[in-house]
Design a protein around this ligand. Sequence first.
Ligand SMILES: [Zn+2]
Length: 88
Amino acid sequence: MGARFETEKTMKCPICKHGETTAGAATVTLEPGGLTLVVKAVPAQVCDNCGEVYVDEQATAQLLEEAAAAARAGTEINVRHFQTASSS
Ligand SMILES: [Zn+2]
């Protein structure tokens, strides 16, 4: 209740200034300090013109957390799917 999901929204792409973004999924690669973490199916807005990907703040925070945890675990390369927080 009260949670707001903004993935339905479209916006004008600030990169190419022509395309509009639509909700989709992206593959994000994070490389903090020698670690390579590839996360698939990250919810994101994708520009229909230039293909630029915009990951929302919440997903970005989660990705950074996962990268930090993987780095602590000594992981060098890891490919995973984005874990969507299940609403209860
Ligand atoms: Zn664009």
